[in-house]
Design a protein around this ligand. Sequence first.
Ligand code: NAD
Ligand code: TYD
Length: 339
Amino acid sequence: MRSILVTGGSGFIGSNFLHFVLARRPDWRIVNLDSLSYSGNRENHAGLEGDPRFRFVHGDINDRALVDELMRECEAVVHFAAESHVDRSILDPRPFIETNVLGTQTLLESLRRAGGRRFLHVSTDEVYGSLPLGDPESRFSEETPLNPHSPYSASKAASDMIALSYQHTFGLDVLVTRCSNNFGPYQFPEKVIPLFVTNLIDGEPVPLYGDGLNVRDWLHVEDHCEALLAVLERGKGGRVYNIGGSNERSNLELTHLVLDIMGRGREMIRPVADRPGHDRRYAIDARRIRSELGWAPSRSAWPQALAATIQWYVDNERWWRRIKSGEYRTYYALQYGAR
Ligand code: NAD
Ligand code: TYD
């Protein structure tokens, strides 16, 4: 039996990873350490709570004693826990430094004390900065210099470099993945797709930033999970792997498609002031993971995969309606009220 420590497994990608791995690796045991921040939700893994192979631990990755205890029980760590939303990092960067930078370093120190464990650091293509719109052939490769622009991406870039420094200096078995934008079930409705879909279900307009021409490279979350499993099992220590689906869409194109699938008109678009420092385009060159590990996306086919994701939010209204109350309302008013 392999035992894995997952951090941030109550969030969007982490919870999908728990379901994905436990369904495919019957002899694995997973401990999920999550502080249940605003984006963490125990309901995301409610179906696993009776499974003897799964354990949830409510705690912070900055809790050194707790992390040490859990580290002793596991053979590998998959590290998702993070503050993950660019707009929140613009409102208040501090928690991004505390969790993404210091939290990652706390885990790495514990890994160093325990020795002999593999550490997969889950990162983002946003660490590379932004590509121009006029050069469609340009993409981020693993050799592209890091040039993060938001407090979120800067904190992730810092944690990537710290993780790799522990590999280089202390000989730890560290790997870093950098993935493009994910979509799928259980995504917190502050991110563009679930935000727009749930607003439309409620008959509310969708706030589109700036000219809507910013481009993102959309990958289904299960394709991301499959890539992470491949890297965890077969990746080469010390290496960075980019993950992306070559599925570039402008926000305007995405918004039109969401509106069409949901049978709503263009009048539901509310153009709002742009995000400060808004990265123009992300695009991933995923040749390394494709050729070394034989990974390729199989679930991201557009527009069917988007339609299935929209249907998930339609079918799981109870899940997001509970979230879109309380703290979320305060955030929404702060973020969009005067825009
Ligand atoms: P999310 O916000 O949905 O989930 C983050 C989880 O981490 C939550 O469950 C939260 O409670 C937990 N957490 C936060 N601070 C913690 C702390 N101090 N201690 C313990 N747990 C804590 O984020 P997500 O979209 O699932 O992203 C997961 C990871 O994947 C992040 O590292 C993010 O940078 C990376 N990533 C995300 C995307 C994307 O499109 N969402 C793309 C590429 C990479
Ligand atoms: P988001 O889901 O926040 O992901 P990221 O900023 O990490 O790529 O945003 C995706 C794109 O959608 C991004 O270009 C910003 C844009 N966007 C809007 O136009 N309106 C919104 O309300 C949000 C949240 C995002």
